[in-house]
Design a protein around this ligand. Structure first.
Ligand code: AMP
Ligand code: GLY
Length: 424
């Protein structure tokens, strides 16, 4: 079969590599892709949120399955667009429809969903500009730190965690009355701060059956020791050592099952990934957020650990036969370290030639922000490459990733030298 992957990051390169290894693949396409995906698939330079362009590509290339990487096309309804089109309605889309994508597209919706279905999460209330005063009064009932979340998609920047009550009140006003995050902050969720240590669990579901994919921990801050600005993610580790069997059983019973059952009860036919951001507080899980896609760079450690055929699993998702599909994961640890452009996550330059990545024999090099220019691989984004390695321990895998990185260079290259510092 011919498959189209939408997106252009390290996550999509990891999908492309894994899908290309299946003997069920005839042709693989990535739109728009990057320099790495062009080595295992055909890149097509279209914008994944331009659904008419996606349609053209699908029909021209006899594509029978579309795998959606990022959240934007899902939240904007690409799956619904396919179902409503007579020429596209039988093409499998891996990713939820608009109603399911609201789990990520609206924090208020996802909190309501969790409360309704008894899924452990922080106590919260939602406010709009009309209820600003009530919101400020609600803040007074909480103890610091204060957690303010823009309801809608805000490119990963819509969550503020503040220690000062006065500042929390004024930021609430900025979000609600002065549209700090545009329409995304027309509604703001205020919630209790959760203590504990964070990790992510990924679920692949056909709406009824599910497979729990490997857990992962991501390092979001730019600086060592988890200091400085938030990024898309500077590295990741899978599995997470503190996610013990006992903890993961609790996650399945208290979070995964009620989530899948809740979707069914609410009439939401969900086929795709659910990324569950969790806090582990003394062995008890609490949901921080849902995303309706895989994480980046978590995908770069989760997918390489899956030994089963991913096309086969995706067919199970599309045909609602996921329970019949075999699913195996290696016990080895995978680590990834992200190479980023100098200045990222603030202003940075693109177009820097990248050398030495072909010498990283003990690692898998996933391209993120890269492109081909005059036959050379050059940087094309803030997060440039994710260097993934396997080991019998976190340390062994990390040593391989860092040894590979010693061979790679581009002007301004930066990376965290302490990925996994809290785990080893
Ligand atoms: P989100 O976009 O919901 O993932 O929030 C971004 C980050 O803020 C999360 O990854 C957490 O580190 C942190 N965060 C969000 N909500 C809470 C909370 N209720 N308590 C503590 N930390 C939180
Ligand atoms: N690495 C976090 C995310 O993909 O949202």
């Amino acid at each position: 079969m011919n498959i189209l992957i939408l997106g252009s990051g390290g996550r999509e390169h990891a999908f492309a590599k894994k899908l290309s290894e299946s003997n069920k693949i005839t042709k693989l396409f990535v739109a728009p892709g990057n320099a790495g995906t062009s080595a295992v698939a055909t890149n097509i330079a279209i914008n994944p949120t331009n659904f008419n362009q996606v349609k053209e590509v699908v029909l021209q290339n006899d594509i029978t399955m579309v795998v959606v990487g990022p959240e934007a096309p899902l939240v904007e309804g690409i799956h619904d667009f396919f179902l409503a089109d007579s020429e596209l309605k039988n093409i499998a889309v891996i990713g939820p429809k608009k109603d399911g994508a609201l789990l990520e597209g609206s924090k208020d919706f996802s909190k309501q969903f969790m409360i309704k279905h008894g899924i452990p999460t922080a106590r919260y209330e939602s406010f709009t500009s009309e209820t600003l005063q009530k919101g400020q009064a609600f803040l007074e009932t909480l103890s610091p730190p204060y957690v303010l979340k823009a309801d809608g998609l805000a490119g990963g920047k819509g969550v503020l965690i503040l220690t000062d009550l006065g500042q929390a009140k004024s930021e609430l006003k900025e979000m609600l009355s002065n549209q700090k995050f545009g329409d995304a902050s027309a509604t703001v969720v205020i919630e209790e701060f959760l203590k504990g240590i964070e990790l992510s669990v990924f679920v692949l579901t056909d709406g009824k059956n599910y497979k729990i994919l490997p857990s992962a921990k991501d390092y979001k801050r730019i600086g060592e020791g988890d200091a400085g600005l938030n990024t898309g993610g500077m590295g990741a580790i899978s599995p997470v050592p503190f996610a013990t069997d006992d903890f993961l059983q609790k996650v399945e019973d208290l979070v995964v099952k009620p989530t899948i059952n809740g979707l069914q009860k609410d009439g939401i036919d969900y086929r795709g990934f659910i990324f569950i951001g969790l806090m582990n507080d003394n062995g008890n899980p609490s949901v921080v957020e849902y995303n309706v896609r895989m994480g980046d760079p978590e995908t770069e450690v989760v997918l390489p650990r899956i030994e089963s055929d991913l096309v086969d699993l995706f067919e199970g998702v599309a045909n609602r036969t996921l329970d019949k599909k075999s699913y195996k994961v290696t016990s080895q640890t995978a680590t990834t370290v992200m190479l980023v452009a100098g200045g990222y996550p603030e202003a940075y330059e693109k177009g820097k030639e990248i050398t030495g990545f072909d010498l990283a024999e003990d690692s898998i090099v996933f391209h993120a922000g890269t492109t081909l220019k005059d036959g050379k691989v050059v940087s094309n984004g803030g997060r440039v490459m994710a260097i993934t390695s396997f080991g019998d321990s976190i340390q062994e895998a990390l040593d391989k990733s860092y040894k590979s990185i010693d061979k790679i260079s581009f002007e301004g290259m930066n990376y965290r030298k302490d990925i996994g510092f809290d785990l080893v």
